[in-house]
Ligand binder design. Structure first.
Ligand code: F6R
Length: 248
């Protein structure tokens, strides 16, 4: 694991964007396959990617995307769906062909086929080149909550109360966070060639320390990343506060 600690959110986003662009340029894959996270952590990096796309430095025309997860029961048009979030934060502002965007369907009636379809599509495109991750305050990656088996593939999960509380900020007061979501599994994430995890803010400090310095255990799903051979953790000082290393 390479741990990069930056002073500000902006520095974190810059470092993540730069690394992703380097991976894109040096990729030897036929299709460049990028898997993305929703939530706050990656938003500033998406803003930087949009700028790079607008200025002609990052071409999305050959990029295929997947996203880690989607709420069950929310359609792509629903304003709280992760698909809607990605349209607003990235897809609507870059030259990615619509057909290259892959997403889990939160309205699928046959959950098991939907999960299989997603895994098959990833495999058809040659696997994920770069996986962008955030981390939950409970150590989840994707929506793989504590105790999810490390060998899991795309599946339906029930969100913990902690995750629902953490994500309530994206919903109106009279709306509640759905109980269930579809998520790529931990093994689906670990199969990625390269992983960039972004963590900012003091709420992430314990999870970040457990991930990097704790034992590898399903109690902290992100701890499995210690066993991957190409992982960059890019975090700000607040998220790194429980570690012993210092900022660059
Ligand atoms: C989102 C996802 C989650 C988030 C995590 C952190 O697609 O898979 O694992 O990355 O919950 O969320 P934020 O960035 O909002 O703190």
């Amino acid at each position: 694991m390479k741990v990069i600690i930056k002073h500000t959110n902006d520095d974190v986003a810059k470092a993540a964007c730069k690394l992703l662009m380097e991976k894109h340029i040096s990729s030897t894959s036929k299709n460049f396959v990028l898997s993305l996270a929703t939530g706050s952590s990656a938003v500033e990096m998406y803003q930087k990617l949009i700028k790079q796309n607008t200025s002609g430095n990052f071409d999305f025309s050959d990029v295929y995307t997947f996203n880690l997860d989607e709420y069950v029961g929310l359609s792509a048009e629903h304003h709280q769906s992760f698909r809607y979030f990605m349209n607003m934060k990235l897809f609507n502002h870059v030259n990615i062909p619509e057909a290259n965007i892959n997403f889990l369907n939160g309205m699928a009636t046959d959950i098991s086929s939907e999960c299989d379809r997603y895994e098959e599509r990833i495999a058809e495109l040659g696997g994920i080149d770069v996986q962008i991750l955030g981390i939950g305050s409970n150590g989840h990656i994707g929506f793989n909550e504590p105790e999810t088996p490390f060998e899991s593939r795309t599946h339906q999960i029930t969100l913990t109360q902690q995750t629902k509380n953490d994500n309530q900020r994206f919903f109106a007061d009279d709306e509640s966070v759905p109980d269930k979501a579809l998520t790529m599994g931990i093994q689906s994430i670990m199969d990625s060639k390269s992983i960039i995890l972004i963590a900012t803010g003091k709420k992430k400090a314990k999870a970040v320390a457990d991930m990097i310095q704790g034992e590898v255990t399903t109690k902290c799903p992100a701890s499995i990343l210690q066993t991957h051979n190409d992982v960059h953790i890019i975090c700000d000082q607040e998220a790194a506060a429980a570690l012993t290393t210092s900022a660059d």
